[in-house]
Write a protein that binds this ligand. Structure first.
Ligand code: R1P
Ligand code: URA
Length: 292
């Protein structure tokens, strides 16, 4: 069997860089921070001692540089799990596929991938401007249905409990659930809330928001907030985490998602200065990430 990955499958541009990210293998660090907003990339790398590479193609901005001796890349993903499919596959290709032979390398590299994002809280006790570490990503989009992967026994049990307690609209999502990378999560405890993060395929109706469009599932938020299983609860929702954890499982990378809470959907509050909350998360996150 020809194991060479064809030009149509792994697309490499004239610079020798991967199609969407426009990054070459030598231009990427093995510890990577992902952010949704392209403008958040310089907001992170302004804290670096040195930035060696800067690229932009579509919504994908990448900076690679150093804090002390620690080499880090920061990549913007834009919004949504469809973009995470692109970014995680291309980050993996950059380290695990030889761009000359187009063969998967014999020795695989496991990346550390940490999302620094924003999110809405689903518990009254988690105030705006606080930080949440996602113990699990629970996807209500359908990206992970396209990949083959194994759930652990603990994940299967939690997902089963979710299916039993949370009623989703007929014909809607096939939920998936994946745990955070344990080796990363253990570093982010003091000053962080922890819980299950629900990843939604939209910001409005998929997160129970009504502007003018009516909801097919008006009980969604109450159902998610009320979920409880053996000490696990749903803390927040956003739009990327389950796909990052899922693609990390498929491709063998350690992933963690951390969010600044900008909205509390139970208290019906929005942060008075979301930018300051994100800046505080970046500073606190970098202090830890630089030591990993
Ligand atoms: C929606 O406003 C966006 O904000 C959250 C959601 O996941 C979604 O991407 O994260 P970011 O601030 O990292 O983009
Ligand atoms: N991002 C989301 O996806 N939802 C929120 O409520 C806030 C930020």
């Amino acid at each position: 069997m020809d194991k060479r990955i064809a030009e149509s499958e792994l697309i490499i541009n004239s610079r020798g860089a991967v199609y969407h990210l426009d990054v070459r293998p030598d231009e990427l660090a093995h510890t990577i921070i992902t952010v949704g907003d392209p403008d958040r990339v310089p907001a992170v790398t302004k804290h670096f001692d040195k930035v060696e590479h800067k690229f932009q193609h579509r919504e994908f901005v990448t900076h690679t540089g150093y804090i002390g001796n620690k080499k880090l890349s920061v990549v913007s993903t834009g919004i949504g799990t469809d973009n995470i499919d692109i970014v995680l596959n291309e980050l993996d290709a950059l380290v695990n596929i030889d761009f000359n032979t187009r063969l998967v390398k014999q020795e695989l590299t496991s990346l550390q991938i940490i999302r620094l994002g924003t999110s809405g809280a689903l518990q009254e006790s988690i105030p705006v401007d606080s930080f949440v570490v996602s113990s699990h990503g629970l996807g209500l989009d359908n990206l992970m249905a396209y990949y083959a992967y194994e759930n652990t026994a603990a994940e299967k049990q939690l997902l089963e409990a979710f299916r039993g307690q949370v009623i989703l609209q007929p014909g809607g999502a096939h939920p998936c659930l994946l745990a955070a990378g344990e080796n990363l999560q253990k570093h982010f405890t003091d000053g962080f809330h922890t819980g299950i993060t629900v990843t939604c395929p939209g910001f409005y109706a998929p997160q129970g928001r009504i502007l003018r469009g009516p909801l097919s599932n008006p009980n969604l938020i109450d159902n998610l907030t009320g979920f409880s299983h053996e000490g696990h609860r749903i803390t927040n929702f956003e739009m990327e985490t389950s796909a990052i954890y899922g693609m990390g499982r498929v491709l063998g990378h350690q992933c963690l998602s951390i969010s600044a809470i900008v909205a509390n959907r139970i208290r019906k509050e929005f942060s008075k200065d979301g930018g300051a909350a994100v800046e505080a998360l970046i500073k606190k996150g970098l202090e830890i990430i630089a030591t990993l």
